[in-house]
Structures are given as structure tokens and as C-alpha cells.
Design a protein around this ligand. Structure first.
Ligand code: 5GP
Length: 125
């Protein structure tokens, strides 16, 4: 079911469980601010999710409430993951679904990083 982006944080969401080590993941990168891991149902040859370690429902929540250090740390982590995976020259796409119209499913902020093939139009027409 799609997430209401204005709801309070639910610490039983699947990415909270991944952060606590209760559910396994295929980690690509981790630091004090972020965890990056492969999506369980990849939509491109490379499909990595990058999440902040803090408890934020979505981009709106994070951009409004996260500290400067958390925001800088998260943004730098996303860039580092793309660089470390060798995606900058061939190119990649970032996507952050927020709320019901975007079909956000997991109520913990995550950025999708897609790459590995020409990615087509930005939105279904
Ligand atoms: P959203 O629609 O919220 O932007 O995307 C949620 C993403 O999380 C989906 O691409 C889905 O495949 C992925 N996902 C859901 N549950 C799990 C899980 O347990 N492990 C991993 N690695 N990815 C998950």
C-alpha cells in the first residue's frame, strides 16, 4: 500500500528492520549517515537503494527535520556509491518516491539508484 508521506515514522518498516540487522541485505556501502544495498526486486541491471540511518519517512520529512550533518552525509553517500560503482560516466538515475501519487511503498526515506542500461523516459507516458 502506498505511503502517506505525512504519517509519523513507523519503526517496524522493512528498512528500519534492515538498519537494525533484523532482515538481511546485500550491502554496497555503509557509513555513519547512510546504508546502500541492492533492491530485492531490481528494475535495472544496477538498482541500489540508499537510505539515511536516521528515522525519516520520506524526502519531505528528511529535508525539513534532518540536521545539516545528516543531509550532507546522506547526499555525499549517494554520490560516493555511484562513483564507487563506476556509474558516473555511463550515467545513472536517482529517484525518491514521496507519498501516494508516487507509489512510495516503504515509509523510510530511500533513493533509488538505477543504472546499467539506457533508462528510457523519466515517466511512463
Ligand atoms: P518505493 O516504491 O517505496 O519507492 O520502493 C521500495 C523499494 O524497496 C522497492 O523497489 C522494493 O523492491 C524494495 N524493497 C522492499 N522490501 C525490500 C527488502 O526487504 N529488501 C530490499 N533489499 N529491498 C526491498
Amino acid at each position: 500500500m502506498a505511503v502517506d508521506a505525512t504519517q509519523p515514522y513507523d519503526d517496524q518498516n522493512v528498512f528500519a528492520k534492515i538498519l537494525r540487522g533484523e532482515i538481511p541485505n546485500r550491502t554496497v556501502y555503509e557509513d555513519d549517515f547512510a546504508l546502500a544495498f541492492h533492491d530485492i526486486n531490481p528494475q535495472a541491471p544496477t538498482h541500489v537503494l540508499v537510505i539515511p540511518k536516521g528515522a525519516y519517512v520520506c524526502w519531505d520529512d528528511f529535508s525539513a527535520k534532518a540536521s545539516e550533518a545528516e543531509i550532507a552525509g546522506f547526499v555525499r553517500a549517494v554520490g560516493k556509491v555511484a562513483r564507487d560503482l563506476g556509474l558516473v560516466a555511463p550515467g545513472y538515475r536517482l529517484l525518491a518516491n514521496t507519498g501516494t501519487d508516487s507509489h512510495q511503498e516503504v515509509p523510510h526515506l530511500h533513493v533509488h539508484l538505477f543504472a546499467g542500461q539506457p533508462l528510457g523516459p523519466m515517466l511512463v507516458r
